[in-house]
Design a protein around this ligand. Structure first.
Ligand code: HBZ
Length: 818
């Protein structure tokens, strides 16, 4: 039976009661943090009952489960989300209101769990939300990083990274599960033991071991009583090392084990779309993969005898190549622990694993040096060698005489282990994350593999959860939509199309835009409090928030702002609708150009925001520490969504969908899921510019793009480029931005210049932007366009995406919770 949240009155009493028992305080004396903890327990109480019921249904119904294997789950705060999913948000808000406390301040006490970098990690979190809401049995498997994504401080315009110590005080939503601990082994060597029956046993010796302890987090479904589990693994030494003991055994091994455990789960690698190749990262991968598989198999074997039927009950979905060790580790356990032969183990493995690709960027393709891999995982490496040997034979059988192809496709080549190749060789499904991306995989980056296994390739266009990104982040619009079309869209986003009946109704459009204005005021207040910049909520809010990467082209955006500023200065009477350009982005700590782009944005902001002569026509704001919690407010307040990656580079994008859901109009390239947004919206409701992916790919292939030619043909570009290096935006050090200038124009022709075609797309971007300016001046035209975006967002719910994974890849049944 689904347990509901209590009434407002009861919640109020419970909060007061909890504050008393947890903190020995009268409510009036409680801090905001204590109130937050009390609320968390009130909500947890309901969640836990539903969690128990869900677990009992698992036992009774014995359903097939997906294990979503991911190094990252960017879940964001749970209190608000769980209150919404338990249908108790308003009740808690009212209860707190009665007690004289603002719910936002209470929610703000929760650390924002940032166990991910960006899109890939947030996608995993949206998927878990949708799986629970659609009542599909699922486990998320990840790592309990002690330090998540760093916090970003901006000092003198530069990004500073500050550690994110989210576990400093107890996190109220996690449950330590020592009863599900497993050992994970690293290093050592493999001894061969011949058996009387002629087979060989492989015995792993001399290893270092750690104990993996899972912490379970509840994943609540919306209003259905379903609570799935996200298990995140922490490491501890196998034996607590006793310094005072006489019998210390192998002293140095014990020290090593302790250090291994201490480092393993310490910190998330803060790189997106870029691989550093650090040994500790490989250890992290093996650690969580091995522990998760062990737990999955233990659960399976509790109720089933025949390990060969594993694929009937278990599927491992690998979120990019980071968990690809799933393939070899499952093989190892099936053979070395359960005694299966190679063919039997391979048959099972290849029916249990599936792989999602999230990028075509070559610097993100995971390759590990074979020597490191072999030293760290000697037995697993032997298995990879055998997988590779058989895979190469298979290639030769299908393409006789094509040794070049064998070399290109091999898992082991050039002294490296190529993780994507192993993932594809073993998976029964390989998917991209948007239609265009999947086509590029098939026709370009993974073409060899597509020719070998066309049946494995499929597309699953990404999606987002409307519960967090509309109901929670934009409750005013959410309530308005409910008033207009009812509640069906909460679990069936396609119903948003019912809003079509209001797109020509001026009164509705007025209400709709009044909500946008309220959300802009809320963000303006946030910006004032956090950045000390005053912005006008009546100006256009033009927003680009995402990780900082050259392919995402924040540089194009800021160069365009510099250009607009020049235009206004040269032509003060120019008709220009006041616009606030809002940026938010973290750069990987070691990514110099990305960090310099942040500095450039801040310097441009400092110059423009302080120039009284332009009458506040342009403001530039860099929002510090862009993360899930402030993202929700930013999407709600946006008028214009910047999705301007170089065509072919952004696999899908998901921020684009969150803006659309909140009624922002996109200016973007034909890249990733923008293409599908365009298809859903029609050309009138989205602003597309720039080269197509085919054009980009052709230039890359022919190596025939010369940015200097583009610059010479466009005096606006010449001017902004000069301003990059003449001290206009860096008076003290005119050379400061030289590296960015060089990245666009390198005339020494040693390095490639303007890899991401910023200059090539500049003119088209400027032209298209003018149309946005024009459109915004016509209030109802704009409002209609914005509402059309909400009305056509249906496809981009992660509920739709998950249903497609279930139908085409996972084949799960819904859990019956009655
Ligand atoms: O995955 C992103 C894609 O860039 C984006 O287009 C897509 O929408 C999203 C979800 O499919 N990729 C990432 O976010 N990638 C990473 O964060 C990443 C993290 C660690 C790595 C490599 C990539 O080692």
């Amino acid at each position: 039976m689904k347990r509901q949240m209590p009434s407002t009155r009861e919640i109020e009493q419970e909060i007061v009661g909890r504050v008393k028992t947890m903190f020995r305080k009268d409510f009036e004396m409680a801090t905001k943090e204590e109130i937050y903890r009390a609320c968390a327990e009130v909500v947890n109480d309901v969640v836990i009952d539903n969690w128990l019921t869900t677990q009992k249904s698992f036992v009774q119904q014995d359903p097939k489960c997906v294990y979503y294997m991911s190094m990252e789950f960017l879940i964001g705060r749970l209190l608000g989300n769980n209150m919404i999913n338990m249908r108790g948000y308003t009740e808690v808000m009212d209860a707190l209101d009665e007690l004289g406390v603002d719910i936002n301040e209470v929610e703000d006490q929760e650390p924002d769990p940032a166990l991910g970098n960006g899109g890939l990690g947030r996608l995993a979190a949206c998927f878990l939300d949708s799986l629970a809401t659609l009542q599909y049995p699922a486990y998320g498997c990840g790592i309990r990083y002690h330090y998540g994504m760093f916090k970003q401080k901006i000092e003198d315009g530069y990004q500073q990274e500050v550690p994110d110590n989210w576990l400093q005080t107890r996190y109220p939503f996690e449950l330590q599960r020592t009863e599900y601990e497993f050992e994970v082994r690293f290093g050592g060597w493999v001894r061969y033991d011949s058996q009387p029956d002629g087979t060989t046993k492989y015995i792993h010796e001399g290893y270092n071991a750690v104990i993996a302890t899972p912490y379970d987090l509840p994943v609540t479904g919306f209003d259905n009583g379903m609570v799935n589990t996200l298990m995140i693994w922490d490491a501890k030494p196998k034996e607590v090392f006793r310094l005072d003991s006489f019998e210390k055994g192998d002293y140095s091994r014990a020290v090593e084990d302790m250090n291994l455990a201490r480092n393993l789960t310490e910190v998330l690698y803060p790189n997106d779309n870029h691989i550093q190749g650090k040994e500790l990262r490989l250890k992290q991968q093996y650690f969580f993969v091995s522990a998760s598989i062990q737990r999955a198999l233990a659960k399976y074997l509790r109720y089933h005898k025949d390990i060969k039927k594993l694929p009937e009950k278990v599927v491992f979905q690998m979120n990019d190549t980071h968990p690809t060790l799933t393939v070899a580790e499952l093989m190892r356990i099936l053979m070395d622990v359960h005694g299966l032969g190679w063919d039997e183990a391979w048959e099972i493995t290849t029916h249990c694993v599936a792989y999602t690709n999230h990028t075509i960027m070559s610097e993100a393709l995971e390759k590990w040096p074979q020597d490191i891999f072999k030293r760290l995982l000697p037995r697993v490496f032997m298995i990879v060698e055998e997988i590779n040997r058989r895979f190469c034979d298979e290639i030769r059988a299908k393409f006789p005489g094509d040794e070049d192809r064998v070399h290109r496709m091999a898992i082991l080549a050039d002294d490296q282990v190529k993780m994507a190749h192993m993932a594809i060789a073993a998976s029964y499904s390989v998917n991209g994350v948007a239609a265009l991306h999947t086509e590029i995989l098939k026709n370009v980056s993974l073409h060899d593999f597509y020719e070998m296994y066309p049946e494995k390739f499929n597309n699953k266009t990404n999606g987002i959860t409307q519960r967090r990104f509309l109901m929670h982040g934009n409750y005013k619009l959410s309530d308005w939509v409910i008033k207009k079309i009812g509640r069906g869209w909460i679990t069936d986003l396609s119903q948003m199309k019912k809003l079509e009946s209001f797109v020509d109704d001026k009164k509705s459009l007025d209400e709709f835009m009044a909500i946008k204005l309220d959300n802009k005021k809320r963000l303006a207040k946030y910006i004032w409090e956090h950045n000390g910049i005053e912005v006008d909520p009546n100006s256009i809010f033009d927003v680009q928030v995402k990780r900082l990467h050259e392919y995402k082209r924040q540089l194009l955006n800021i160069l365009h702002v510099m250009y607009l500023y020049n235009q206004i200065k040269e032509n003060p009477e120019m008709d220009f609708y006041p616009t606030t350009f809002i940026f938010g982005a973290k750069a990987s700590a070691g990514y110099e150009n990305a960090k310099l782009i942040i500095k450039l944005i801040n310097n441009v902001a400092a110059v423009i925001n302080n120039d009284k002569s332009i009458d506040d026509k342009i403001k530039v704001v860099f929002i510090e520490d862009y993360r899930v919690s402030n993202a929700e407010w930013i999407f709600a307040a946006a008028d214009v969504s910047e999705q301007i990656s170089t065509a072919s580079k952004e696999a899908s994008g998901t921020g684009n969908m969150k803006f659309m859901l909140n009624g922002a109009v996109t200016i973007g390239t034909m890249d990733g899921a923008n293409v599908e947004m365009y298809q859903e919206l029609g050309g009138e409701n989205i602003y597309i510019f720039g080269m197509s992916s085919d054009e980009v790919i052709a230039h890359e292939k022919n190596n025939d793009y010369n940015p200097v030619d583009v610059m010479n043909g466009n005096h606006h570009i010449q001017k902004v480029l000069q301003q990059l290096v003449n001290g206009n935006y860096s008076i003290d050090n005119p050379e400061l931005f030289r590296p960015l200038y060089n990245s666009l124009l390198n005339t020494q022709c040693t390095a490639k210049a303007d890899t991401y075609f910023v200059l090539k797309d500049f003119a088209s971007y400027c032209e298209t932007y003018e149309k946005i300016q024009e459109a915004y001046k016509d209030k109802y035209k704009w409002a209609k366009m914005a509402l059309e975006n909400v009305a056509h967002v249906g496809k981009f719910s992660s509920d739709r995406t998950i249903q497609e994974y279930v139908d085409d890849i996972w084949h799960l049944d819904k859990l019956d919770l009655k």
